[in-house]
Design a protein. Structure first.
Length: 263
């Protein structure tokens, strides 16, 4: 096993960080300083030290997290609380979030220290599907659904303005004053009395790319304004609904194998 991999999988830092630690002479193997990240070590027999403290190999970790709305997908933020605030008491050095969810979006977020796991889910050419449940003001006719399914222009200066084909499934539609009790929103801000007579719609949108605010922009392009958004699956991994908002658990071996294949 490479030294940088050993340190990254022992929650010392991500690959980039631990390579710098090694090059700066902060790591010893069997008492000798090593400056080469690619040096081979045996996790069972060699003694690896970081800043003169023995490093215990923890291995790769994978977490499923039910992100609540109102939190930033980042390690730290000067203003807002982050998803890492929910992992108090757990060594999260070297662990990173796989992709992002907007501050006001909730649902499935994965965290790991395994770069290959992230690559399998995030590399654009993998075309990994991500499914979101939404509530929005507006309605969708058959032509608008077809536009979403075939690819739609979401603009904003992108060289490739049309999205890749998507899947849309409508769950509920009607008037806001009839369906507001079903909408999982305690306080809907900036709503005036006229909205009570506006149509609302809920459903599932599945995409295979990850542009900024993509789901919101796609639905906006067909006249729908999202007021609630939740990611429920990514790459065959489905959010465990037994997890309350803010709770997390390790992925099972079977769940990891869905992404990486048999190990």
């Amino acid at each position: 096993m490479r030294l940088d991999k050993f340190l990254a999988e022992s929650s010392i830092g991500n690959r980039k960080m631990v390579r710098n630690y090694i090059k700066d002479g902060m790591v010893k193997v069997n008492g000798d300083v090593k400056n080469e990240p690619a040096v081979e070590v045996n996790k069972d027999y060699d003694v690896i030290e970081y800043i003169d403290k023995v490093v215990c190999y923890t291995g790769k970790v994978y977490y499923m997290f039910h992100k609540p709305a109102g939190y930033i997908t980042a390690r730290t933020d000067e203003v807002n609380r982050t998803v890492f605030d929910f992992f108090n008491g757990i060594n999260m050095d070297g662990v990173f979030h796989v992709g992002r969810l907007d501050k006001d979006t909730e649902g499935l977020l994965l965290l790991t220290n395994d770069g290959e796991f992230e690559h399998q889910l995030m590399f654009p050419e993998k075309h990994v599907e991500k499914t979101y449940f939404f509530w929005a003001f507006g309605s969708l006719n058959e032509e608008e659904k077809k536009r979403l399914e075939q690819g739609i222009d979401i603009g904003q200066g992108s060289n490739e303005v049309f999205t890749k084909p998507a899947k849309i499934q409508v769950k509920r539609f009607g008037m806001y004053n009839e369906l507001k009790g079903e909408m999982p929103i305690k306080n809907l801000y900036n709503i005036d009395s006229k909205k009570y007579e506006q149509p609302v719609i809920s459903g599932y949108l599945t995409i295979s790319e990850g542009r900024k605010h993509q789901v919101k922009r796609m639905l906006k392009a067909v006249g729908c304004y999202i007021v609630y958004l939740k990611r429920i699956s990514i790459g065959g991994l489905v959010l465990d609904e037994s997890l309350e908002r803010g709770q997390h658990r390790p992925l099972t071996k079977a769940e990891v194998q869905k992404i990486l294949g048999p190990v």
